[in-house]
Ligand binder design. Structure first.
Ligand code: FES
Length: 374
């Protein structure tokens, strides 16, 4: 993942030495960091999380988020990084930093995590696009290691064969866990002998996958593998996530079991929002951000809170605008809002008054929120 970190106040940084750097293919490299004994507890993490890395080129300081490919039991921080184009800031990281150099690395964060269930028989499906494989690799290693009864299927899309990242790791896993792991590769710009594996991972492809790969469950002749799916993990670009998440949902997987991590800013909703609300006009909004108090008036509640404040030019924090990343998290101090979708806040956080501004429709004539207490 390479995204601009827009809420730096949540990150706690420590200097870490680069222990290993390796180019994996033309567009991808891995970085591993040495964790000194006194920082071990600061760098405990869950599968699927990410760290923010700060680095410099001349006067420019870059700050990007990268998912870990390592699993917690490996006790190391390994990142997979895409060098996307000549002007990618990741090029600086790749070209200017070598083993032994020190970088500022944040403590691990992120909610693309699932609860471990070592005693259950589970079926988990993963969809990855390009460098979106990184958190899935962490999840898959972790689940295979700690859940001896769980079976996994990975559907991994790339443009061409040579762009597959972490192929060696995936091959090792499929060899070691051949009874419980199946990996299928899809290519959008390469011909494949079987048409099933040609094209993007999207809703249409999911139907073919269900009908042609997940249709027969050897462990239960009465049902298909798809019927047995417990959790779905999706990581990649917004359009891919939207298409697959909706297709999974429309094919019977509850939203709470569909987990996704966006690897780009995506300005549209992942799931369609179809609710209607009573019209409220001339809404007075007070909000606190970075210790400053702001005031504004919204003409009405036809658009959501974050989107209206952004349209008015306020520097409110955001990334996905879809209730997924949590960057717009704030506390409702006064007034009433309806939270449309929420893939981020826990029940406890919601009952403590936390909301996601990007998914909040204001239902009162006055509303007061605080972005600083998130
Ligand atoms: S901007 Fe991502 S949850 Fe609101």
């Amino acid at each position: 993942m390479e995204t601009l970190s827009t809420k730096p106040r949540q990150a706690v940084f420590h200097p870490l030495k680069v222990a290993k750097k390796e180019q994996l293919n033309k567009n991808t490299f891995m970085l591993e960091f040495e964790i000194p004994a006194h920082l071990k507890s600061n760098f405990q993490f869950e599968a699927g999380q990410y760290v923010t890395v700060k680095y410099q080129a001349g006067d420019t300081v870059f700050q990007n988020d990268y998912s870990m490919t390592s699993a917690p039991f490996e006790q190391k921080i390994t990142l997979g990084i895409k060098i996307s184009s000549d002007d990618s800031s990741a090029n600086v990281l790749f070209n200017d930093y070598k083993v032994g150099d020190v970088l500022e690395v944040s403590e691990p964060r992120g909610r693309f995590t699932i609860t471990s269930k070592p005693h259950e028989f589970r079926t988990i499906i993963g969809f990855a696009g390009g460098i979106g494989i990184t958190p899935l690799l962490s999840h898959f290693k972790n689940i295979l290691h700690s859940e001896p009864r769980t079976r996994l299927f990975l559907f991994y899309g790339n443009r061409r064969t040579e762009e597959i990242a972490f192929k060696k790791d995936l091959d090792e896993l499929t060899e070691k866990y051949s009874e419980r792991l199946q990996v299928y590769y899809f290519f959008s710009r390469e011909n494949t002998p079987d048409h099933l594996f040609q094209g993007r991972l999207d809703e249409k492809k999911l139907h073919l996958i269900i009908n042609q790969i997940l249709h027969l469950d050897d462990t239960d002749e009465e049902s298909t593998i798809w019927d047995a799916v417990d959790e779905v993990l999706i990581c990649g670009k917004g359009e891919m996530i939207r298409s697959l998440a909706n297709a999974c949902y429309n094919n019977g997987i509850p939203k709470k079991n569909i987990h996704f991590e966006l690897f780009e800013t995506f300005n549209e909703d992942i799931y369609p929002v179809e609710k209607e609300f009573p019209l409220v006009q001339n809404i007075a909004v007070d909000f606190k951000l970075f210790n400053r108090d702001y005031h504004s008036t919204l003409p009405n509640n036809k658009a959501r809170l974050l989107q209206q404040l952004l349209a008015q030019g306020f520097p409110v924090p955001y990334s996905c605008k879809s209730g997924i990343c949590g960057i717009c998290e704030c506390k409702l101090v006064e007034g009433d809002v309806e939270l449309l979708e929420n893939e981020y806040l826990t029940e406890k956080e919601e009952s403590a008054g936390k909301i996601l501004a990007c998914m909040s429709v204001v239902l009162s004539e006055k509303v007061k929120v605080n972005f600083d207490v998130a």
